[in-house]
Design a protein around this ligand. Structure first.
Ligand code: ATP
Ligand code: MG
Length: 412
């Protein structure tokens, strides 16, 4: 029979990678909770138009990356490509603006984009993300950026922070025309995608990863020259806050992000260590999105980080508990193993019970492969072996052995 393989762009996460995955999620979750964000568990499937209206009709995500299908009831739905749109929908639909609009949410889970798979880029990937609704202060920008930085620090990941301001929609419109004219003159130097973007979405050209496009636009007009004084002032304030908190940053006037809903502040945490897919976390303000989706006029901001990219950068996992392997000594009916394993686990000791039948030798061989720090030979007179020193000790009963073992394993 032919073997069935996983679908291109999808992956199994197991072993050490699964541990890294959990480490990333648990670390982020702890920090979200310390900042008093509450979790929202969002659906994986949404009405297609949610993403068309938020992420943007002309973005890559909507144009070519979204998994769209008709369900059996004839509804046109999409596997979510990102989390913010759903969070905003839920904010409105569930009436989460009751506290004067103020709300802080975080989420975690899979996202789906039909992209070309490569290191750090998959068709199913996972994000952690958070949103703050109901405040438009630069202080809220600073706090969000600080929280992301805290997560990265806790994971031991070094990045550079790039920030920019996109201004409000009006000033951006002016700029887009100027940029479009500039790009028209350089059209021949741009990739096929960017040629199309000139009309549809010229800002995206600045975000293109193709080297020749980057070169062709190094001297492009910059957005910051076109934005309002008010936007400039809030940007200055944000920079002051970041400096005051000792968070270093780079002003990148070309940073535009791939989604249409951003206004004013945008930011990315970037690393050079994982090739072209260097952005690990990104976000910004979206002050008009809630209203645009039919909710009350509510300023908001948020970020998302790619868990797989963070995993590529996590070098050190927290120390793990020592493992104890319990081998039931061969006898007709030995329940000692089951009992000892149960008591060890109740004490919070990580315990593997050898479940296989066979000779003591074959069980010992398996225990070696599993690689426990201690081995317990379970019988009426149990024995404890320290696999590092080779020392072995026999006990009168299980109690005594468990006491001695707990002392060693739970010493820290
Ligand atoms: P990129 O420029 O790398 O395509 P993006 O601007 O499309 O990223 P966002 O939509 O802002 O990314 O998503 C936030 C984060 O999610 C990214 O910074 C990245 O870490 C992660 N991410 C996005 N797309 C993928 C993917 N296909 N596979 C893995 N991680 C991804
Ligand atoms: Mg992308």
């Amino acid at each position: 029979m032919s073997q069935i393989k996983k679908v291109r762009g999808f992956q199994d996460i197991y072993g050490k990678n699964a541990k890294k995955y959990r480490f990333v999620v648990e670390t982020a979750r702890r920090i979200f909770e310390d900042y008093n964000f509450s979790e929202i568990i969002l659906p994986y499937v949404e009405d297609v138009s949610l993403f068309v209206r938020t992420v943007g009709e002309e973005t890559d995500i909507v144009q070519k990356e979204m998994y769209v299908f008709e369900d059996r009831g004839g509804r046109k739905v999409a596997l979510r490509p990102e989390g913010t749109a759903s969070a905003v929908r839920a904010y409105i639909e569930e009436g989460l603006y009751a506290k004067g609009g103020y709300q802080k949410l975080f989420y975690e889970g899979a996202m789906f984009r039909y992209e070309r798979p490569q290191a750090g880029r998959y068709r199913q990937f996972h994000q952690i993300g958070a949103e703050i609704f109901g405040v438009d202060t630069p202080l809220s920008d600073a706090e969000l950026i600080k929280m992301v930085k805290d997560i990265l620090d806790q994971l031991g990941i070094q990045t550079r922070l790039e920030i920019n301001t996109l201004g409000d929609f009006e000033s951006r419109k002016k700029y887009i025309e100027v940029l479009r004219n500039f790009l028209k003159e350089r059209k021949d130097l741009l990739c096929e995608d960017c040629k199309r973007r000139i009309e549809r979405n010229p800002l995206r050209v600045l975000d293109c990863k193709v080297e020749s496009c980057k070169e062709a636009t190094t001297d492009a007009p910059v957005l910051i020259d076109y934005i309002s004084d008010q936007s400039l002032q809030r940007f200055e304030k944000l920079k002051e806050y970041l400096k005051a908190m000792g968070i270093s940053f780079i002003f990148n006037p070309r940073l535009v992000r791939g989604l249409d809903y951003y206004t004013d502040t945008v930011f990315e945490f970037i690393t050079d260590k994982i090739g072209a897919q260097g952005t690990v976390a990104a976000g910004g303000r979206y002050d008009t999105l809630v209203k645009q989706l039919g909710g009350p006029d509510t300023p908001a901001l948020g970020f998302a980080a790619g868990i797989e990219r963070l995993m590529l950068l996590v070098e050190k996992l927290p120390d793990e508990k020592d493992l104890v392997v319990v081998i039931p000594v061969v006898s007709e009916f030995n329940i000692e193993g089951l009992k000892i394993a149960d008591r060890l686990r109740k004490k919070g000791i990580k315990t593997e019970l050898i479940l296989k039948e066979g000779s003591l030798k074959s069980k010992m061989k398996l225990a070696n492969k599993i690689g426990g720090r201690f081995v317990v030979f379970a019988s009426e007179n149990p024995e404890l072996k320290d696999m590092e020193t080779g020392e072995q000790e026999r006990f009168e009963n299980a109690e005594d052995l468990i006491d001695v073992l707990a002392e060693k394993v739970l010493r820290t």
